[in-house]
Design a protein around this ligand. Structure first.
Ligand code: NAP
Length: 270
């Protein structure tokens, strides 16, 4: 990568950000397309000051990760309507000191699932009521899918279902549910407790497609059992990749080199 006086700056703000795969993914994509852009990690504790810094320094675009996805909202100049409904922003686009916030997490989840099935009028059982479930839930509604939420803690699950205008059921009752797709947006199955699954194996035959957003490990117990039961599967790398692809396309206005970005992620997970 050649840095010069015309290099445009991008980055990711979070705390911590040292583990993030986004710098490798975006810099590889910039290089592949010969773009004079660079992408850096920004460890941020003071959100307001960081955004003023981006404005002052002419930073062009920023990914936002934990714990700042909600906190950035009050400091924006404008926000995308879906991001506003979700209540979380993972992408900042900065133009003439004005910061626009948007959310590509839901775009990433939709694109990952849409590789296996049509989303419009499909039925989806969505496990979880945390930040990712919220983004995925609103995204599925945007795509015209019919969603049911299932989660462990009733109050949180009911609150999300109410915000989405959909039904909620307890996680313990999911074995009786049928839908075109099952999405695990809980952290169940994540290392070190990767011997766990949020759904009994025998019930997986109720779904054509099973998607797990957990990416550590990539082959979760849920996905291994789903494959054994004949379901199509989507792993957590797909959502991670496609949220980055959507970000790259917003940053550059050009189609992303998807295969190069996927290869960066695959090599890190290998
Ligand atoms: P979060 O906001 O903390 O939500 C976690 C959810 O998991 C909550 O609904 C929680 O249930 C549920 N949960 C946790 N432990 C559980 C258990 N033992 N039994 C049942 N439910 C349980 O987290 P998040 O940000 O949404 O992330 C969730 C997972 O997605 C994490 O593994 C994260 O690494 C992964 N993720 C992947 C991507 C991707 O691009 N692939 C992106 C973001 C996150 P309660 O409602 O009962 O608290």
């Amino acid at each position: 990568m050649r840095i010069n006086g015309a290099t445009e700056l991008y980055g990711i703000m979070g705390n911590p950000v040292g583990h993030s795969l986004s710098p490798a993914m975006h810099n590889s994509a910039f290089q592949a397309l010969g773009l004079n852009k660079a992408y850096l990690p920004f460890p941020v504790t003071d959100v307001a000051k960081a955004l003023d810094g981006f404005r002052a320094l002419g930073v062009r675009g920023v990914s936002v990760t934990i714990p700042h996805k909600q906190a950035v909202i009050e400091h924006l100049d404008s926000i995308d309507p879906v991001a506003e409904k979700i209540g979380a922003v993972n992408t900042l686009l900065i133009n003439e000191s004005k910061i626009h916030g948007t959310n590509t997490d839901w775009l990433g989840a939709n694109r990952a699932l849409a590789e296996k099935m049509a989303l419009r009028n499909s039925t989806v059982l969505l496990l979880g009521a945390g930040g990712s479930a919220r983004a995925i839930g609103f995204g599925l509604l945007e795509a015209g899918a019919h969603v049911t939420i299932a989660s462990r803690t009733p109050a949180k699950g009911r609150e999300l279902a109410k915000a989405l205008g959909v039904n909620w059921i307890p996680l313990a009752d999911t074995a009786k549910q049928q839908a075109d797709a099952l999405i695990n947006a809980t952290s169940v199955g994540m290392a070190p407790r990767d011997d766990q699954s949020p759904m009994a194996e025998a019930a997986l035959t109720n779904f054509q497609v099973v998607m797990d957003i957990v990416y550590a490990p990539l082959k979760t117990r849920l996905l291994r059992e789903a494959a054994k039961r004949g379901c199509q599967t989507v792993d957590g790398l797909a959502m991670l990749l496609y949220q980055g692809v959507a970000q790259f396309e917003l940053f550059t206005g050009q189609p992303a080199p998807v295969e190069i970005m996927a290869e960066v992620l695959r090599s890190r997970f290998a």
